[in-house]
Design a protein around this ligand. Structure first.
Ligand SMILES: [Zn+2]
Length: 337
């Protein structure tokens, strides 16, 4: 009865497909390719694989794909691509350019690799751990793209150039800056990853995560008694970072897990916080679960007026709203109407 995150996405309760980058229709390249008949031939897939094989990260991506036995297909869609863990399938949008698809290939197989390391979007995690993990898998998959584009800069500079024209350009810019200053690719990759949190796309992932957790909360509220496994696993941020932020050789490129819990990283909007709190409140009241147990006090909230607070405070406000409307309803009744 409780949907997995991927079932939730498959039903179409989504504005953005979290296992794929959101397609940016304003991109001139994407537009140009839209007009052409999309090439979905096996030859094109081979050509993309050759583009990957020219770099270390790309080679390791292909090796992992082979080992995992994931199928790779072309599929028309509104985003670049996706990975489906249920079907062990990587899908690429043939309307995109080869340069965009090569990085998407790296991105989606990175999701398959993450999935082999830990369950990344489980309804059993606390909302706090779910958000840390959900943001981290996207930031990491996008940072893997930048790593690949960097390794290809001499052999095929068009890949880096395409990235620099995309909505994800601040990530390759951050990589470049750190790499030029330090010569340290691990540090550069970590900085690219951390820059993901400044992108607009973070908010659209937060929307989907909030929608999913809200639906789970409503489902759980309907049960006769508490199903203790849900929203219960307070997986630590250190465990998430130590598992995911490694290159394919096992080198930890992001060492500072604390930064992932700062208000700049672990944050949602005021609107998202109200939505989540309103969905969680009846569930929490029914089963006597506290904001701290769910980690709501750790989730920063950016109010629309620029102030910062946290989701436990928003939950209290929701509680106040509810009790006020209950008093109002009782008063109405008292008037005998
Ligand atoms: Zn993704």
């Amino acid at each position: 009865m409780v949907l997995s995150y991927h079932e939730f996405l498959a039903i179409g309760n989504i504005s953005h497909y979290p296992s794929g980058q959101q397609a940016d229709r304003s991109r001139p390249l994407a537009k140009a390719f839209k007009k052409q008949k999309a090439d979905q031939s096996p030859e094109r897939l081979e050509r993309l694989k050759k583009m990957l094989a020219e770099s270390k990260t790309g080679q390791q991506t292909l090796e992992f794909l082979e080992q995992k036995g994931s199928k790779i297909i072309f599929e028309k869609m509104n985003y670049y691509g996706y990975f489906s863990p249920d079907n062990n399938l990587v899908a690429l949008n043939p309307a995109m350019s080869d340069e965009d698809l090569a990085v998407t290939f790296v991105h989606e197989v990175r999701h398959a690799w993450q999935d082999s390391k830990m369950e990344t979007t489980s309804p059993e995690m606390t909302p706090k751990a779910f958000l840390v993990s959900g943001f981290a898998i996207e930031a990491d998959a996008c940072a893997a793209e930048v790593m690949y584009a960097h390794e290809m800069r001499e052999k095929n500079p068009k890949i880096w150039a395409a990235h620099q024209k995309s909505g994800y350009a601040p990530m390759s810019t951050a990589f470049d800056k750190t790499f030029k200053e330090t010569g340290d690719v691990e540090k550069a990759r970590a900085d690219a990853l951390l820059t993901w949190y400044d992108l607009k796309v973070k908010s659209s992932y937060a929307d989907t995560y909030v929608d999913y957790m809200s639906q789970i909360a409503r489902e759980l509220k309907k049960q006769k008694e508490l199903e203790p496994q849900y929203f219960a696993e307070n997986r630590s941020t250190k465990q998430i970072v130590d598992t995911l932020c490694k290159d394919y050789d096992g080198n930890q490129f992001l060492k500072d897990d604390k930064i992932m819990e700062t208000s700049a990283k672990l944050s949602i909007s005021e609107k998202q916080a109200y939505k989540l709190s309103r969905a969680l409140f009846p569930y929490m009241t029914k089963y006597k679960r506290t904001a701290e147990q769910l980690g709501l006090d750790k989730i920063a909230v950016n109010r629309s007026n620029g102030e910062k607070t946290n989701c436990a405070v928003i939950l209290k406000q929701v509680k106040l709203e509810k009790s006020k409307s209950a008093v109002k309803a009782a008063a109405q009744k008292g008037k005998g109407r």
